[in-house]
Design a binder for this molecule. Structure first.
Ligand SMILES: CC(C)(COP(=O)(O)OP(=O)(O)OC[C@H]1O[C@@H](n2cnc3c(N)ncnc32)[C@H](O)[C@@H]1OP(=O)(O)O)[C@@H](O)C(=O)NCCC(=O)NCCS
Length: 196
């Protein structure tokens, strides 16, 4: 997918965004520090995503889940990070279990970013998502210099809708989201400009 709003950005600004994305290794947040996913995370991610309460609603995930599909997904994101176009970040708890996953996609040429995340089931509905999203929106705007955030949500994902409305995102109709296997899901489409 591409952002519906296409901002006019200079080549220099797009290059700066790409360089900042390439340099990201960690993001600090309320739940600790998230870091780039590496191949050794594949079993932990398989465990997290095998829980339908976590992965059920998210169209970007590499289904069907297996060590192979998740390893390939991590490899693809390692390349995206090198290109300054994507990041796959994970947070672990004190026992080394992966408790959050955030998948960022960047369009440096439009100064735009989309990200989606999942939270381990035992931490859901306790404001972790609301606080984490607010923090990541700030981080994307301030640290990376992005001007436009776009989001897609499944029409049934009430928690995400409430969360995005609370953060001042504007709902701008629907769009087709294409899953990695090529199938299509109708999504609600949202945008937030940095100045808002
Ligand atoms: C969606 C998700 C990120 C939300 O994070 P969360 O920490 O669980 O949600 P929060 O506790 O911050 O609540 C967000 C909003 O939903 C409301 N909410 C929480 N649980 C709810 C429930 N069971 N039913 C309806 N509303 C609920 C909250 O009150 C809050 O709304 P408010 O700000 O108007 O009060 C998280 O639940 C998750 O990872 N779900 C599985 C994966 C997923 O759907 N990811 C999003 C893809 S777009």
């Amino acid at each position: 997918m591409e952002p519906k709003t296409k901002l006019n950005i200079s080549k220099e600004e797009a290059q700066r965004i790409r360089a900042r994305v390439r340099a990201v290794q960690t993001i600090s947040g309320d739940l600790g520090v998230s870091r780039r996913a590496v191949q050794a995370d594949a079993p932990g991610l398989l465990k997290l995503l095998s829980d339908a309460r976590v992965s059920g609603d998210v169209y970007t995930l590499p289904r069907p889940f297996s060590l192979n599909s998740i390893s390939a997904w991590i490899r693809d994101h390692t390349q995206q990070a090198k290109d300054g176009r994507g990041l796959l970040m994970v947070t672990e708890d004190e026992r080394g279990q992966i408790i959050t996953l955030t998948d960022f996609q960047f369009w440096p040429e439009y100064s735009a970013c989309e990200f989606g995340g999942v939270i381990a089931a035992h931490l859901q509905s306790q404001s972790v998502g609301t606080k984490g999203m607010a923090h990541l929106c700030d981080w994307v705007f301030k640290q990376l210099g992005i001007r436009l955030l776009v989001m897609t949500t499944s029409p049934q994902n009430i928690r995400s809708h409430k969360l995005l409305r609370g953060l001042n995102f504007t709902q701008m109709g629907e769009m087709d989201s294409v899953r990695p296997d090529g199938s299509v899901r109708k999504s609600l489409y949202w945008e937030l400009l940095r100045e808002n």
